[in-house]
Design a protein around this ligand. Structure first.
Ligand SMILES: Cc1ncc(COP(=O)(O)O)c(C=O)c1O
Length: 412
Protein backbone atom coordinates (compact mmCIF):
# COMPACT_ATOMS: atom_id res chain seq x y z
CA UNK A 1 0.00 0.00 0.00
CA UNK A 2 1.26 3.41 -0.92
CA UNK A 3 1.98 5.58 2.10
CA UNK A 4 3.90 8.55 0.69
CA UNK A 5 1.59 11.04 -0.92
CA UNK A 6 2.81 13.64 -3.33
CA UNK A 7 -0.55 14.51 -4.85
CA UNK A 8 -0.53 17.95 -3.30
CA UNK A 9 3.08 18.55 -4.08
CA UNK A 10 4.25 20.54 -7.03
CA UNK A 11 7.21 18.88 -8.64
CA UNK A 12 7.53 21.42 -11.39
CA UNK A 13 6.32 24.50 -9.56
CA UNK A 14 3.37 25.05 -11.87
CA UNK A 15 0.58 23.99 -9.53
CA UNK A 16 -1.76 26.93 -9.24
CA UNK A 17 -3.88 25.23 -6.58
CA UNK A 18 -7.16 26.39 -7.97
CA UNK A 19 -9.35 26.25 -4.89
CA UNK A 20 -12.52 27.39 -6.52
CA UNK A 21 -13.52 24.09 -8.09
CA UNK A 22 -14.34 20.70 -6.62
CA UNK A 23 -11.59 18.37 -5.43
CA UNK A 24 -11.78 16.59 -8.76
CA UNK A 25 -11.65 19.83 -10.70
CA UNK A 26 -8.56 20.94 -8.85
CA UNK A 27 -6.84 17.62 -9.41
CA UNK A 28 -7.85 17.78 -13.06
CA UNK A 29 -6.37 21.24 -13.30
CA UNK A 30 -3.08 20.04 -11.84
CA UNK A 31 -2.81 17.12 -14.20
CA UNK A 32 -3.84 19.23 -17.16
CA UNK A 33 -1.08 21.66 -16.44
CA UNK A 34 1.39 18.86 -16.67
CA UNK A 35 0.10 17.53 -19.92
CA UNK A 36 2.93 16.42 -22.13
CA UNK A 37 2.59 15.84 -25.79
CA UNK A 38 4.89 14.64 -28.47
CA UNK A 39 6.80 17.20 -30.49
CA UNK A 40 4.94 20.19 -31.74
CA UNK A 41 1.72 18.81 -30.34
CA UNK A 42 2.71 20.24 -27.01
CA UNK A 43 1.31 23.72 -27.34
CA UNK A 44 -1.90 22.77 -29.00
CA UNK A 45 -2.76 19.88 -26.76
CA UNK A 46 -1.46 21.67 -23.71
CA UNK A 47 -3.80 24.54 -24.48
CA UNK A 48 -6.60 22.08 -25.06
CA UNK A 49 -5.99 20.51 -21.68
CA UNK A 50 -5.92 23.94 -20.07
CA UNK A 51 -9.18 24.94 -21.60
CA UNK A 52 -11.40 22.31 -20.05
CA UNK A 53 -11.73 19.94 -17.16
CA UNK A 54 -12.53 16.44 -18.29
CA UNK A 55 -15.06 14.44 -16.35
CA UNK A 56 -12.93 11.34 -15.91
CA UNK A 57 -15.79 9.52 -14.23
CA UNK A 58 -18.19 9.84 -17.14
CA UNK A 59 -18.67 6.51 -18.91
CA UNK A 60 -20.75 5.42 -21.88
CA UNK A 61 -23.37 3.72 -19.72
CA UNK A 62 -24.54 7.15 -18.53
CA UNK A 63 -25.84 7.73 -22.06
CA UNK A 64 -28.25 4.79 -21.89
CA UNK A 65 -29.48 5.05 -18.32
CA UNK A 66 -32.80 6.52 -17.23
CA UNK A 67 -34.26 8.45 -20.18
CA UNK A 68 -31.65 6.85 -22.45
CA UNK A 69 -32.70 3.28 -21.70
CA UNK A 70 -35.01 3.07 -24.73
CA UNK A 71 -32.34 4.28 -27.16
CA UNK A 72 -30.42 2.09 -29.60
CA UNK A 73 -27.08 1.79 -27.83
CA UNK A 74 -24.00 2.85 -29.75
CA UNK A 75 -22.56 4.37 -26.59
CA UNK A 76 -21.43 1.29 -24.66
CA UNK A 77 -18.87 -0.99 -26.23
CA UNK A 78 -20.30 -4.25 -24.94
CA UNK A 79 -21.03 -6.71 -27.76
CA UNK A 80 -24.72 -6.79 -28.63
CA UNK A 81 -26.74 -9.97 -28.10
CA UNK A 82 -24.60 -11.15 -25.22
CA UNK A 83 -24.05 -13.13 -23.09
CA UNK A 84 -24.62 -16.14 -25.34
CA UNK A 85 -27.07 -18.76 -24.08
CA UNK A 86 -24.41 -21.38 -23.40
CA UNK A 87 -22.58 -18.91 -21.14
CA UNK A 88 -25.76 -17.87 -19.35
CA UNK A 89 -26.41 -21.57 -18.74
CA UNK A 90 -22.96 -22.05 -17.33
CA UNK A 91 -23.37 -19.10 -14.99
CA UNK A 92 -26.84 -20.29 -13.94
CA UNK A 93 -25.46 -23.76 -13.16
CA UNK A 94 -22.98 -22.19 -10.75
CA UNK A 95 -25.77 -20.78 -8.59
CA UNK A 96 -26.18 -24.12 -6.86
CA UNK A 97 -22.79 -23.52 -5.28
CA UNK A 98 -23.53 -20.10 -3.86
CA UNK A 99 -23.59 -21.32 -0.25
CA UNK A 100 -19.86 -21.98 -0.43
CA UNK A 101 -17.21 -19.30 -0.49
CA UNK A 102 -15.71 -18.82 -3.96
CA UNK A 103 -12.78 -21.02 -4.93
CA UNK A 104 -10.85 -19.32 -7.72
CA UNK A 105 -8.29 -22.06 -8.39
CA UNK A 106 -9.91 -23.63 -11.44
CA UNK A 107 -10.63 -20.29 -13.12
CA UNK A 108 -7.13 -19.05 -12.42
CA UNK A 109 -5.65 -22.21 -13.88
CA UNK A 110 -7.88 -21.89 -16.95
CA UNK A 111 -6.78 -18.29 -17.55
CA UNK A 112 -3.13 -19.24 -17.06
CA UNK A 113 -3.42 -22.13 -19.51
CA UNK A 114 -5.16 -19.96 -22.10
CA UNK A 115 -2.22 -17.55 -22.09
CA UNK A 116 0.47 -20.22 -21.65
CA UNK A 117 1.51 -18.83 -18.28
CA UNK A 118 2.02 -20.29 -14.81
CA UNK A 119 -0.83 -19.59 -12.37
CA UNK A 120 1.47 -17.39 -10.30
CA UNK A 121 1.30 -14.83 -13.10
CA UNK A 122 -2.50 -14.54 -13.00
CA UNK A 123 -4.75 -12.51 -10.72
CA UNK A 124 -8.51 -12.68 -11.16
CA UNK A 125 -10.29 -9.38 -10.51
CA UNK A 126 -13.78 -7.94 -10.40
CA UNK A 127 -13.33 -6.56 -13.92
CA UNK A 128 -10.38 -4.58 -15.20
CA UNK A 129 -11.80 -1.71 -13.14
CA UNK A 130 -10.71 -3.41 -9.92
CA UNK A 131 -7.23 -3.87 -11.35
CA UNK A 132 -6.85 -0.11 -11.93
CA UNK A 133 -7.60 0.53 -8.27
CA UNK A 134 -5.29 -2.25 -7.05
CA UNK A 135 -2.45 -0.90 -9.19
CA UNK A 136 -3.05 2.67 -8.06
CA UNK A 137 -3.14 1.71 -4.38
CA UNK A 138 -0.39 -0.88 -4.38
CA UNK A 139 2.35 0.49 -6.61
CA UNK A 140 4.77 2.98 -5.16
CA UNK A 141 5.06 5.01 -8.34
CA UNK A 142 6.64 8.45 -8.07
CA UNK A 143 5.96 9.55 -11.62
CA UNK A 144 2.94 7.85 -13.17
CA UNK A 145 2.16 8.70 -16.78
CA UNK A 146 -1.06 7.93 -18.63
CA UNK A 147 -1.09 7.95 -22.42
CA UNK A 148 -4.26 9.73 -23.59
CA UNK A 149 -6.79 9.81 -25.12
CA UNK A 150 -7.72 6.58 -23.36
CA UNK A 151 -10.17 5.10 -20.91
CA UNK A 152 -10.16 7.52 -18.02
CA UNK A 153 -10.58 5.19 -15.08
CA UNK A 154 -6.85 4.36 -14.68
CA UNK A 155 -6.05 8.03 -14.20
CA UNK A 156 -9.05 8.56 -11.93
CA UNK A 157 -7.96 5.61 -9.77
CA UNK A 158 -4.39 6.88 -9.60
CA UNK A 159 -5.55 10.31 -8.54
CA UNK A 160 -7.93 8.89 -5.96
CA UNK A 161 -4.99 6.97 -4.51
CA UNK A 162 -3.07 10.21 -4.10
CA UNK A 163 -0.80 10.13 -7.14
CA UNK A 164 0.02 13.14 -9.26
CA UNK A 165 -0.51 11.98 -12.82
CA UNK A 166 1.33 13.16 -15.88
CA UNK A 167 -0.25 12.87 -19.31
CA UNK A 168 1.06 12.18 -22.76
CA UNK A 169 -1.50 13.34 -25.31
CA UNK A 170 -1.46 11.63 -28.70
CA UNK A 171 -2.72 13.81 -31.55
CA UNK A 172 -5.32 13.34 -34.27
CA UNK A 173 -2.80 14.70 -36.76
CA UNK A 174 -0.61 11.69 -35.97
CA UNK A 175 -3.52 9.28 -36.13
CA UNK A 176 -3.28 9.04 -32.30
CA UNK A 177 -0.27 6.80 -32.83
CA UNK A 178 2.20 6.23 -30.05
CA UNK A 179 5.55 7.95 -30.09
CA UNK A 180 7.47 6.15 -27.34
CA UNK A 181 9.93 9.04 -27.05
CA UNK A 182 7.08 11.29 -25.81
CA UNK A 183 6.92 9.33 -22.55
CA UNK A 184 9.15 10.99 -19.95
CA UNK A 185 12.24 8.92 -19.29
CA UNK A 186 11.77 9.02 -15.52
CA UNK A 187 8.18 7.73 -15.63
CA UNK A 188 8.09 4.69 -13.36
CA UNK A 189 4.51 3.75 -14.20
CA UNK A 190 3.11 4.05 -17.71
CA UNK A 191 -0.48 3.19 -18.60
CA UNK A 192 -1.60 2.66 -22.18
CA UNK A 193 -4.62 0.99 -23.77
CA UNK A 194 -4.39 -1.41 -26.70
CA UNK A 195 -6.50 -1.28 -28.76
CA UNK A 196 -7.22 2.11 -27.32
CA UNK A 197 -10.61 3.28 -26.17
CA UNK A 198 -11.79 5.68 -27.62
CA UNK A 199 -9.44 6.13 -30.62
CA UNK A 200 -9.65 2.48 -31.76
CA UNK A 201 -5.92 2.60 -32.51
CA UNK A 202 -4.09 -0.71 -32.26
CA UNK A 203 -0.51 0.08 -31.34
CA UNK A 204 2.17 -2.34 -32.51
CA UNK A 205 3.18 -4.59 -29.59
CA UNK A 206 6.79 -3.89 -30.52
CA UNK A 207 6.29 -0.16 -29.98
CA UNK A 208 4.60 -0.62 -26.62
CA UNK A 209 7.33 -3.01 -25.50
CA UNK A 210 9.82 -0.23 -26.25
CA UNK A 211 8.31 1.63 -23.31
CA UNK A 212 9.56 -1.01 -20.87
CA UNK A 213 12.50 -0.04 -18.65
CA UNK A 214 14.13 -1.48 -15.56
CA UNK A 215 12.30 0.09 -12.60
CA UNK A 216 9.20 0.95 -14.61
CA UNK A 217 5.80 -0.74 -14.48
CA UNK A 218 4.22 -0.83 -17.92
CA UNK A 219 0.46 -1.34 -17.71
CA UNK A 220 -1.21 -2.33 -20.97
CA UNK A 221 -4.98 -2.35 -20.82
CA UNK A 222 -6.01 -5.02 -23.31
CA UNK A 223 -9.70 -4.92 -22.36
CA UNK A 224 -10.64 -4.91 -26.06
CA UNK A 225 -7.87 -7.08 -27.46
CA UNK A 226 -10.22 -10.06 -27.65
CA UNK A 227 -12.20 -8.12 -30.28
CA UNK A 228 -9.16 -7.93 -32.57
CA UNK A 229 -8.77 -10.82 -35.04
CA UNK A 230 -5.98 -13.15 -33.87
CA UNK A 231 -5.39 -10.75 -30.96
CA UNK A 232 -2.74 -9.24 -33.16
CA UNK A 233 -0.39 -7.03 -31.15
CA UNK A 234 -1.31 -8.62 -27.81
CA UNK A 235 1.31 -8.61 -25.09
CA UNK A 236 -0.69 -11.01 -22.91
CA UNK A 237 1.37 -14.13 -22.41
CA UNK A 238 4.72 -12.36 -22.82
CA UNK A 239 7.23 -12.82 -20.03
CA UNK A 240 10.19 -11.14 -21.71
CA UNK A 241 9.03 -7.54 -21.21
CA UNK A 242 10.29 -6.19 -17.88
CA UNK A 243 7.64 -4.68 -15.60
CA UNK A 244 4.80 -5.65 -17.94
CA UNK A 245 1.30 -5.78 -16.45
CA UNK A 246 -1.47 -6.75 -18.87
CA UNK A 247 -5.11 -6.21 -17.97
CA UNK A 248 -7.89 -8.18 -19.56
CA UNK A 249 -11.65 -7.85 -19.28
CA UNK A 250 -14.30 -10.46 -20.00
CA UNK A 251 -17.11 -7.95 -19.89
CA UNK A 252 -17.05 -6.59 -23.45
CA UNK A 253 -16.98 -9.53 -25.81
CA UNK A 254 -19.04 -11.71 -23.49
CA UNK A 255 -21.59 -9.19 -22.24
CA UNK A 256 -20.69 -9.66 -18.58
CA UNK A 257 -20.40 -6.03 -17.51
CA UNK A 258 -22.89 -6.67 -14.72
CA UNK A 259 -21.02 -9.71 -13.43
CA UNK A 260 -17.59 -8.04 -12.98
CA UNK A 261 -14.82 -10.30 -14.18
CA UNK A 262 -11.38 -9.65 -15.57
CA UNK A 263 -7.77 -10.48 -14.80
CA UNK A 264 -4.22 -9.26 -14.51
CA UNK A 265 -1.19 -10.96 -16.06
CA UNK A 266 2.07 -9.90 -14.44
CA UNK A 267 5.25 -11.09 -12.78
CA UNK A 268 4.51 -13.30 -9.73
CA UNK A 269 5.80 -10.68 -7.27
CA UNK A 270 3.49 -8.04 -8.77
CA UNK A 271 0.57 -10.46 -8.59
CA UNK A 272 1.31 -11.04 -4.90
CA UNK A 273 1.50 -7.31 -4.26
CA UNK A 274 -1.78 -6.61 -6.03
CA UNK A 275 -3.49 -9.55 -4.38
CA UNK A 276 -2.61 -8.12 -0.98
CA UNK A 277 -4.80 -5.15 -1.84
CA UNK A 278 -7.83 -7.29 -2.60
CA UNK A 279 -10.53 -8.13 -0.10
CA UNK A 280 -11.19 -11.78 0.65
CA UNK A 281 -13.15 -13.50 -2.14
CA UNK A 282 -13.14 -10.56 -4.55
CA UNK A 283 -14.58 -12.55 -7.46
CA UNK A 284 -17.94 -14.29 -6.99
CA UNK A 285 -18.63 -17.93 -7.82
CA UNK A 286 -20.74 -17.08 -10.93
CA UNK A 287 -17.98 -14.76 -12.17
CA UNK A 288 -15.38 -17.50 -11.66
CA UNK A 289 -17.60 -19.94 -13.55
CA UNK A 290 -17.85 -17.45 -16.39
CA UNK A 291 -14.08 -16.90 -16.47
CA UNK A 292 -13.45 -20.62 -16.73
CA UNK A 293 -16.06 -21.02 -19.46
CA UNK A 294 -14.62 -18.14 -21.49
CA UNK A 295 -11.21 -19.84 -21.65
CA UNK A 296 -12.38 -23.02 -23.38
CA UNK A 297 -11.53 -23.74 -27.03
CA UNK A 298 -15.22 -23.36 -27.87
CA UNK A 299 -15.32 -19.89 -26.32
CA UNK A 300 -12.08 -18.86 -28.00
CA UNK A 301 -13.44 -19.98 -31.37
CA UNK A 302 -16.60 -17.91 -30.78
CA UNK A 303 -14.49 -14.97 -29.72
CA UNK A 304 -12.43 -15.20 -32.91
CA UNK A 305 -15.57 -15.34 -35.02
CA UNK A 306 -17.01 -12.33 -33.20
CA UNK A 307 -13.78 -10.42 -33.81
CA UNK A 308 -13.98 -11.11 -37.54
CA UNK A 309 -17.61 -9.99 -37.53
CA UNK A 310 -16.64 -6.77 -35.76
CA UNK A 311 -14.06 -6.09 -38.49
CA UNK A 312 -16.68 -6.55 -41.23
CA UNK A 313 -19.33 -4.48 -39.47
CA UNK A 314 -16.81 -1.77 -38.66
CA UNK A 315 -15.79 -1.51 -42.31
CA UNK A 316 -19.47 -1.01 -43.19
CA UNK A 317 -19.86 1.69 -40.52
CA UNK A 318 -16.69 3.50 -41.57
CA UNK A 319 -17.64 3.43 -45.25
CA UNK A 320 -21.06 4.85 -44.35
CA UNK A 321 -19.56 7.59 -42.21
CA UNK A 322 -17.24 8.62 -45.01
CA UNK A 323 -20.28 9.52 -47.09
CA UNK A 324 -20.69 12.45 -44.70
CA UNK A 325 -17.24 13.86 -45.34
CA UNK A 326 -18.74 16.98 -46.89
CA UNK A 327 -20.55 17.57 -43.59
CA UNK A 328 -17.20 17.62 -41.83
CA UNK A 329 -17.44 14.03 -40.55
CA UNK A 330 -14.02 12.40 -40.23
CA UNK A 331 -13.18 8.94 -38.88
CA UNK A 332 -10.00 8.21 -36.94
CA UNK A 333 -8.32 5.48 -38.98
CA UNK A 334 -7.30 2.81 -39.02
CA UNK A 335 -9.88 1.72 -36.45
CA UNK A 336 -9.14 -1.72 -35.03
CA UNK A 337 -11.46 -1.97 -32.02
CA UNK A 338 -15.21 -2.59 -31.71
CA UNK A 339 -15.85 1.18 -31.83
CA UNK A 340 -14.83 4.14 -33.95
CA UNK A 341 -13.90 7.69 -33.06
CA UNK A 342 -15.49 10.36 -35.17
CA UNK A 343 -14.65 14.06 -35.36
CA UNK A 344 -17.24 16.51 -36.56
CA UNK A 345 -17.93 20.15 -35.92
CA UNK A 346 -21.13 20.50 -33.91
CA UNK A 347 -20.80 16.99 -32.51
CA UNK A 348 -22.60 17.94 -29.30
CA UNK A 349 -25.66 19.20 -31.21
CA UNK A 350 -25.59 16.15 -33.49
CA UNK A 351 -25.44 13.86 -30.46
CA UNK A 352 -28.48 15.60 -28.96
CA UNK A 353 -30.36 15.26 -32.25
CA UNK A 354 -29.45 11.59 -32.48
CA UNK A 355 -30.95 11.02 -29.05
CA UNK A 356 -34.17 12.57 -30.29
CA UNK A 357 -34.01 10.15 -33.21
CA UNK A 358 -33.55 7.14 -30.93
CA UNK A 359 -29.76 6.63 -30.90
CA UNK A 360 -27.28 6.99 -28.04
CA UNK A 361 -23.66 7.71 -28.93
CA UNK A 362 -20.75 8.39 -26.60
CA UNK A 363 -19.62 11.98 -26.15
CA UNK A 364 -15.90 12.46 -26.71
CA UNK A 365 -15.22 15.54 -24.64
CA UNK A 366 -14.64 13.69 -21.37
CA UNK A 367 -11.46 12.13 -22.74
CA UNK A 368 -8.25 14.14 -22.17
CA UNK A 369 -6.89 15.09 -25.58
CA UNK A 370 -10.38 15.33 -27.13
CA UNK A 371 -13.05 17.98 -26.95
CA UNK A 372 -16.72 18.50 -27.78
CA UNK A 373 -16.10 17.91 -31.50
CA UNK A 374 -15.66 14.15 -31.02
CA UNK A 375 -18.04 11.22 -30.72
CA UNK A 376 -17.41 7.52 -30.21
CA UNK A 377 -19.64 4.96 -31.89
CA UNK A 378 -19.87 1.29 -30.97
CA UNK A 379 -19.76 -1.06 -33.95
CA UNK A 380 -23.12 -2.73 -34.44
CA UNK A 381 -24.59 -5.13 -36.99
CA UNK A 382 -25.24 -3.97 -40.53
CA UNK A 383 -28.96 -3.36 -40.09
CA UNK A 384 -28.47 -1.24 -36.99
CA UNK A 385 -25.63 0.65 -38.68
CA UNK A 386 -27.84 1.40 -41.70
CA UNK A 387 -30.57 2.76 -39.45
CA UNK A 388 -28.01 4.76 -37.56
CA UNK A 389 -26.57 6.28 -40.74
CA UNK A 390 -30.04 7.39 -41.77
CA UNK A 391 -30.52 9.02 -38.38
CA UNK A 392 -27.12 10.68 -38.70
CA UNK A 393 -28.12 12.06 -42.07
CA UNK A 394 -31.22 13.56 -40.49
CA UNK A 395 -29.34 14.85 -37.46
CA UNK A 396 -26.79 16.58 -39.67
CA UNK A 397 -29.54 18.21 -41.73
CA UNK A 398 -31.32 19.33 -38.58
CA UNK A 399 -28.18 20.84 -37.13
CA UNK A 400 -27.18 22.45 -40.39
CA UNK A 401 -24.09 20.26 -40.90
CA UNK A 402 -20.76 21.92 -41.47
CA UNK A 403 -17.88 21.82 -43.85
CA UNK A 404 -15.50 23.07 -41.16
CA UNK A 405 -12.37 21.19 -40.21
CA UNK A 406 -13.48 21.01 -36.59
CA UNK A 407 -11.82 18.40 -34.50
CA UNK A 408 -9.11 17.62 -36.97
CA UNK A 409 -7.45 21.01 -37.03
CA UNK A 410 -4.43 20.78 -39.29
CA UNK A 411 -4.85 17.04 -39.66
CA UNK A 412 -4.53 17.16 -43.40
C1 LIG B 1 -10.49 0.38 -22.20
C2 LIG B 1 -11.26 -0.16 -21.02
N1 LIG B 1 -10.59 -0.83 -20.08
C3 LIG B 1 -11.22 -1.34 -19.02
C4 LIG B 1 -12.57 -1.17 -18.84
C5 LIG B 1 -13.22 -1.74 -17.63
O1 LIG B 1 -13.60 -3.05 -17.89
P1 LIG B 1 -14.28 -3.96 -16.82
O2 LIG B 1 -15.73 -4.01 -17.14
O3 LIG B 1 -13.61 -5.28 -16.97
O4 LIG B 1 -14.03 -3.38 -15.47
C6 LIG B 1 -13.31 -0.46 -19.78
C7 LIG B 1 -14.76 -0.26 -19.60
O5 LIG B 1 -15.39 0.47 -20.31
C8 LIG B 1 -12.62 0.06 -20.90
O6 LIG B 1 -13.27 0.75 -21.84
Amino acid sequence: MRTDNDSNGDRDGRDRRDRTGSKDDRAEHRTAERARTPGRAHDQAHGQAHGQAHDLRHHGDAEVRDDGSALVDLAVNVRAGTPPDWLRGHIADSLGGLAAYPDGRAARAAVAARHGLPVERVLLTAGAAEAFVLLARSLKARHPVVVHPQFTEPEAALRDAGHTVDRVLLRPQDGFRLDPSAVPEDADLVVIGNPTNPTSVLHPARLIAELARPGRTLVVDEAFMDAVPDEREALAGRTDVPGLVVLRSLTKTWGLAGLRIGYVLAAPETVVELERGQPLWPVSTPALAAAEACMTPRALAEQAQAARRVATDRAHLVAGLKEFASDGVRVAEPAEGPFVLVGLPGAAAVRARLRGLGFAVRRGDTFPGLDETWLRLAVRDRTTVNRFLQALDQALSLTGGSTGRGAWGAWD
